[in-house]
Write a protein that binds this ligand. Structure first.
Ligand code: CTP
Length: 400
């Protein structure tokens, strides 16, 4: 099979150097990449770098190799065009159909999916002109990834940072595999919890669990790709921030509860993928607990943590809100799952079997999604993103 053909447009922002990492991800995973930088992008990264990393010639102007009609050919033949970073100027040109260099010509001739990964200062991103340009591009079917929050050029921090290149690559990989699908979660706010809580005993020790957060992150990433505004509440995860997602970090079950209840207030759906500790130490020692010669250790007394899933299910901050729980079971998986679904009062429960070597930290998952309406949807062994998409399909059905 031919390699998928990707056009990587690079516009002139400091984040242009991160395009090299994105380019490397594409080439290493078997894509044929043609880099089309703007003239200002070449002030940040030289054409030789893009050419060496892509193994293809690099042109900026429509006047290079005119006999090959590059301003038409490159766009027509692409399977995907991704512009990363996309500056405010590039978004404006794309929204208005200007075509004064090779990249903007390519955007007009492309008939394939187009992804923009904007990067700019917060003020430029928030300006109504930029926001209207983004809305125009999205209305026409382009995928515009929300910028990340974090350190910008210089000492400023805020929204406008280019998302992690690995995460932009994930968005592109999905778009290439499935095309730009109907953004069936557009206009919806979804809340996803991920990871595992840690309940401190003293300043250096905690009771925790082995959840990696990968399933929750896959849910957040797929919801964002389907157009949702996503709040991801992450407990003790060590994964790259998914592109286009609002991330809230928490540590304990009590902190997780507070963050979930706050975000759930205006949410259309809440998915509790986090592994929440059922108990926490009754007392927290402010100094490190020391062993004492000749003495047995003090027993650790535990108290119950709040059951967040049961609480959001009972409260339903919004009419029609869909609540999804997860259940990791080692025995009698389905029977325990049905009982848990009823006990928690949620609409859907994703039940999977766990064990020493199953699920925790792996890239794949196998599950059955039980519905309060009695439905049962088995999801075969596969990527966590495939399970995430099944969950969102079932949520969309219930949102009506
Ligand atoms: N959960 C929660 N709050 C808790 C415990 C669990 O919100 N204090 C949520 C989890 O996020 C998950 C679901 O409840 O979506 C099921 O978690 P699980 O630990 O399997 O349920 P438990 O009620 O703790 O059941 P068990 O008695 O099997 O531990």
């Amino acid at each position: 099979m031919d390699k998928p053909r990707v056009v990587l447009g690079v516009s002139g922002g400091i984040a242009a150097y991160k395009a090299c990492e994105l380019l490397r991800r594409f080439t290493e995973s078997g894509h044929d990449v043609r880099v089309v930088p703007t003239a200002s992008a070449l002030r940040f990264v030289g054409a030789a770098t893009f050419s060496a990393l892509s193994g293809n010639p690099v042109a900026t102007e429509v006047w290079d190799s005119v006999h090959e009609v590059p301003h038409v050919r490159i766009g027509q033949h692409a399977d995907l065009v991704v512009v990363a970073p996309a500056t405010a100027d590039m978004l404006a040109k794309a929204a208005h159909g200007l075509a004064d260099d090779l990249l903007t010509n390519t955007l007009l001739t492309a008939r394939c999916p187009v992804v923009f990964a904007p990067a700019m200062h917060t003020e430029m991103w928030e300006h109504p002109a930029t926001q209207e340009n983004v809305a125009t591009l999205r209305r026409r079917g382009a995928v515009v990834v929300e910028p990340a929050v974090g350190r910008l050029t210089g000492v400023d921090t805020g929204k406008g940072r280019l998302p992690d290149p690995g995460e932009i690559f994930e968005v592109c990989r999905r778009v290439l595999a499935r095309g730009v699908r109907e953004p069936d979660l557009r206009g919806r706010h979804v809340v996803v919890s991920a990871g595992g809580t840690r309940e401190p005993l003293d300043p250096v020790r905690f009771l925790g669990n082995r959840s990696s957060g990968k399933q929750g992150y896959a849910l957040a990433r797929t919801a964002a790709a389907r157009g949702a505004r996503v709040t991801l509440i992450a407990a003790n995860t060590h994964l790259p921030d998914p592109a286009g997602v609002d991330l809230v970090r928490v540590g304990t079950a009590v902190q997780l509860r507070e963050a979930v209840l706050k975000a759930a207030a205006d949410a259309d759906a809440v998915v509790m993928a986090a592994a929440v500790a059922d108990f926490r130490p009754a007392a927290y020692a402010t100094g490190k607990i020391k062993k004492k010669d000749g003495q047995e250790p003090e027993p650790v007394v535990l108290v119950r943590n709040p059951d967040i899933l049961a609480e959001v299910s009972a409260e339903r901050a919004r009419a029609g809100q869909v609540i999804v729980g997860f259940a990791a079971e080692t025995d009698d998986v389905l029977a325990n799952g049905r009982a848990k679904l009823a006990r928690k009062g949620c609409d859907l429960l994703v039940v999977n079997e766990v064990g020493e070597r199953k699920t925790f930290g792996s890239e794949e998952n196998e599950a059955v999604v039980l519905g309060a309406d009695g439905s049962e949807n088995p999801v075969p062994h596969g990527p966590k993103e495939a399970l995430a998409d099944v969950v969102w399909d079932l949520v969309v059905d219930r949102l009506g």
